[in-house]
Design a protein around this ligand. Structure first.
Ligand code: BG6
Length: 528
C-alpha cells in the first residue's frame, strides 16, 4: 500500500466527452427541487449539478425547476444559484458552461393549500418537455422539512405527476431525517408508496456518496488479501467514529428534536457498519448489494430498552475551547432550551449475531464539538499469540514488556486526510531487536492527483441514471430504526437529570463515562 497507484489525472480528458467515455450520461430530464430557496439547494444541490455540467456528465436539455413557497422570478433564482455555485462549488464557474446550465434553470412557486397549487409546475414541466426535449423524465427532489414530505408526495400523485405515461421516468429523492423512530418511518414509507413505488424512491444518505465510503467496498471485495482476515478470528473489534468539531450551525430547532442518535447513528454510522460488516455481494447490482447490507443490519443484536443505559453513553457539550477559540455550550446555542438534555454525543457497543462477527464487537461513537473533524473506521486485529522477541519493545514512552506489542490496526479514513493506513510492527534499525509500530499509508491526495467529486454529485447522477445502489432501501431504513428505537425508548424511560448534563467540555473527546465504558471491556478508544 504505497502511493504508487496510477495518476488518473495524467490521462488528459476532454470534459465534453468524459461522460461518454465513462458511459454515464443520463437521459434528458428535469430535476424539480422542492425547497429551492433553502440552504441545501444553494450549498450542495445546484453546485453539485453545476460540477456535473462542468465535467460534461449532464444530458442535453437538462433542466432544473426550483420550486418554493416564496415568490421569485426565474432571473432572481438564476442569480441566487450563480452566487451559490460561486461560493460553495467545487469547480470555478466558466461562463460558457454556466450559460448553457443557466438556460435550463426555472423557478416556480407552489401552494399545497390550494387545489390547483401544483398546476403552474405541471405546465412548466410540459413546456420543458416540448422546448428542451426532456421527454417526460422527472426527478422530484424533496429538500423540505420532514413534516411536509408525505403530503407533497401524495399531491404529486393526485396531480398525475408521479407516474409517467408514455415511457418517461419519474423518481423522488428524499432527504433525511426519514422518520423519527420505527413507527413513523414505516408510516412514511406507507404514505410515499401511495403515489410512488419503491423503485421510484431514492432515500439519500450523503455518506454513501463519499468516495471513501464507496472505496470500502472496493478495498474489501477487489483485494484478495484482506477478506480472509475480515472476521472474528482475526479481528478483535471495530471502531466507527464520526467526530465533528462544529456545533449546531444555526440548526438548534432541528437538533433539539433530533439529537446525535437520530442525526448520525441511525443513518450514516449504521450504513458504514453495514458496509464494513456485510458479506460479499455476488455482483454490484443495487438489489444484491442492498440485500447484503440489510442482512447485516438484521443480524445486529437488539439492545433491549432496559439495557440501553449499560450499552450506551450519552453526552451533551458544555462551553469549552476549540482551536484556541472559546465556544459556547449546547444549552447556550440558538434555538436550544436552557435546560435541554438532548444528546450531542453517543457511544455504544454493538454485537452482531452471525458467524463472521460473533464475539467481535463494533463500537460506535459520534459527537459534536469534539476536538477535531474526523470520520474513520478502525479495524483492530488480534494480538500475536506469542512474541519471540522478549521485552524490547520501543515506544514513545520507553521500553515496554513484550505483551505490549501493538496489535495491527487498519484505519479507513473517510474524512479528512482521506486514505487508508495499516499499522504494523517493524524492527528499529540497530544492533538489537527493538520493535516499533510503523504506518503503511495510502493517501488519496497523492495516489490520485484528481480531486474527488462531492457526495451529492455522485448521488444526483446515480439518481438520473436510475441506479439506487447508493441509496437506502425501505427495509434498510426500517432495520436501522428498529435498533435505534429500542435505545430511544430506554433513554426516554431514564432521562438524564438537568444536572447530569452538560457532561463534557466542548473541545474534549466526550464524557469521562465514555472512556470508562471502553475500559470495562479492557479496550480503549483510538486516540487521534
Ligand atoms: C448531516 C447531519 O447529515 O451530516 C449534520 O445532519 C452533520 O449534523 C453532517 O454535521 C455531517 O456531514 P459531513 O459530510 O460533514 O460529515
Amino acid at each position: 500500500m504505497t502511493d504508487t497507484a496510477v495518476d488518473e489525472s495524467r490521462t488528459q480528458s476532454n470534459p465534453l466527452t468524459e461522460g461518454l467515455r465513462q458511459g454515464r450520461i443520463p437521459l434528458p430530464c428535469v430535476i424539480v427541487i422542492f425547497g429551492a430557496t433553502g440552504d441545501l439547494t444553494k450549498r450542495k444541490l445546484v453546485p453539485g449539478l453545476y460540477a456535473l455540467a462542468a465535467d460534461g456528465l449532464l444530458p442535453p436539455g437538462f433542466s432544473i425547476v426550483g420550486a418554493g413557497r416564496t415568490e421569485l422570478s426565474t432571473d432572481e433564482f438564476r442569480a441566487a444559484m450563480r452566487e451559490g455555485v460561486e461560493k460553495h462549488g467545487r469547480v470555478p464557474v466558466r461562463e460558457d458552461v454556466w450559460n448553457v446550465f443557466a438556460d435550463g434553470l426555472r423557478y416556480c412557486s407552489y401552494e399545497l393549500d390550494q387545489e390547483d397549487g401544483l398546476r403552474a409546475l405541471h405546465e412548466i414541466l410540459n413546456e420543458l418537455d416540448r422546448e428542451r426535449g426532456t421527454g417526460g423524465n422527472r426527478i422530484f427532489y424533496f429538500s423540505i422539512p420532514p413534516s411536509g414530505v408525505a403530503a407533497l408526495a401524495e399531491r404529486l400523485g393526485a396531480e398525475g405527476l408521479s407516474q409517467a405515461e408514455g415511457g418517461g421516468f419519474r423518481r423522488m429523492v428524499v432527504e433525511k431525517p426519514f422518520g423519527r423512530d420505527l413507527a413513523s418511518a414505516r408510516e412514511l414509507n406507507r404514505q410515499l408508496h401511495i403515489a410512488f413505488s419503491e423503485e421510484q424512491i431514492f432515500r439519500i444518505d450523503h455518506y454513501l456518496g463519499k468516495e471513501t465510503v464507496q472505496n470500502i467496498l472496493v478495498f474489501r471485495f477487489a483485494n484478495g488479501i484482506f477478506e480472509p482476515l475480515w472476521n472474528r478470528q482475526y479481528i478483535d473489534h471495530v471502531q466507527i467514529l464520526v467526530a465533528e468539531n462544529i456545533g449546531l450551525e444555526g440548526r438548534g430547532g432541528y437538533y433539539e428534536e433530533s439529537g446525535a442518535l437520530r442525526d448520525i447513528i441511525q443513518n450514516h454510522v449504521m450504513q458504514l457498519m453495514a458496509i464494513v460488516g456485510m458479506e460479499a455481494p455476488s455482483n454490484f447490482h443495487a438489489e444484491t448489494v442492498r440485500d447484503e447490507k440489510v442482512k447485516l443490519l438484521r443480524a445486529v443484536r437488539p439492545i433491549h430498552p432496559d439495557d440501553a443505559l449499560s450499552h450506551t453513553v450519552r453526552g451533551e457539550y458544555g462551553p469549552g475551547w476549540i482551536d484556541g477559540e472559546r465556544v459556547r455550550g449546547y444549552r447556550e446555542e440558538e434555538g436550544v432550551n436552557r435546560d435541554s438534555v438532548r444528546e450531542t454525543f453517543v457511544a455504544m457497543k454493538v454485537d452482531i449475531d452471525n458467524w463472521r462477527w460473533a464475539g467481535t464487537p463494533f463500537y460506535l461513537r459520534t459527537g459534536k464539538r469534539l476536538p477535531k473533524r474526523a470520520t474513520e473506521i478502525a479495524i483492530q486485529f488480534r494480538r500475536v499469540p506469542h512474541s519471540p522477541f522478549g521485552g524490547n519493545i520501543a515506544t514513545p514512552v520507553g521500553l515496554l514488556p513484550r505483551d505490549s506489542i501493538d496489535p495491527n490496526l487498519l484505519i479507513l479514513r473517510i474524512q479528512p486526510d482521506e486514505g487508508i493506513t495499516l499499522r504494523v510492527s517493524a524492527k528499529v534499525p540497530g544492533q538489537s531487536m527493538r520493535i516499533r509500530t510503523v504506518n503503511m499509508d495510502f493517501l488519496y491526495g497523492s495516489a490520485f492527483l484528481k480531486e474527488s467529486p462531492e457526495a451529492y454529485e455522485r448521488l444526483l447522477l446515480d439518481c438520473m441514471l436510475g441506479d439506487p445502489t447508493l441509496f437506502a432501501r425501505e427495509d434498510e431504513v426500517e432495520e436501522a430504526w428498529r435498533f435505534c428505537t429500542a435505545i430511544l425508548d430506554g433513554w426516554r424511560a431514564h432521562p438524564p437529570g438537568v444536572a447530569d448534563f452538560p457532561n463534557y467540555e466542548a473541545g474534549s473527546w466526550g464524557p469521562p463515562a465514555a472512556r470508562d465504558f471502553m475500559a470495562r471491556d479492557g479496550r480503549q478508544w483510538r486516540r487521534l
